[in-house]
Design a protein around this ligand. Sequence first.
Ligand code: THG
Length: 263
Amino acid sequence: MLIIGERINATRKAIGEAIEKKNAKFIQQEALNQISAGADLLDVNCGMNVKDEAKNMEWLVNTIQEVVDVPLVVDSPSAEVIESGLKQCRKKAIINSITGEKKRIEQILPLVEKYNTDVIALTMNDKGMPNTAQERLTIAKEIINFAKAYNIPSNRIYFDALVRPISTEPNQAKEFLEAIRLIKSILDTKTACGLSNISFGLPNRKLLNSTFLAMALFAGLDAAIIDPTDAQMISSLRSSEALLAQDEYCMNYIKMFRDSKPR
Ligand code: THG
């Protein structure tokens, strides 16, 4: 499974301040820490509704690329901000994200085509957020049809079936997992998600998040937007991969202990 490091996100106070002050060293240290902890890609989010958002994204992408050489996941609700990030990306990027909403599709799918990126698609549309796995599958099919019109094949889309808190909606973990399973078994496509919403409002969130990751992996999750420096999350990931034959000779599992990192 691909690990997308989530830590360079302006909703985190320290990152917001580092962007504001153009503290390149701080951002670069976050990038390096995530890569050495095992991240395959880095999510890059410069916040919203701040002035110079597009300039901030450009600066962030360039600052990160001075020290690491991995693909970036350009994360913004604004098409303009996404494009200013994509212009700087040296490797094939992932756009985060589109939805089935017509306006968003029309703004962002041309960027997927123009910059030859992959794209994360949230399974929601103009009618809102679906409750069931079946509804999520239906929206995924709709999005694949839209993408065809822009010459984007389904295997360049990562569907995010939208994790919602079990504290208020106890069935949502199961609906999410079933959605991943359905999407992966019926469509030729990929899946990705963030995890932390699952545990919103509950104690020991790390335990729920890391257990949920193990389940999502079995359901067919291809990529997760997580904190790679969270040892509990990485332990759960590496043991799940070994159990699911996604880790040849259990090498990555064994390596966790050989490096004698406290997992
Ligand atoms: N799906 C997709 N994209 C996403 C998400 C998703 N992007 C944003 C988010 N969800 C994933 N990224 C983060 C980044 C940081 C944090 C959580 C998710 C984070 N949260 C701390 C908290 O909530 O307590 C903040 C603490 C702090 O200020 O440091 O760090 O689901 N496609």
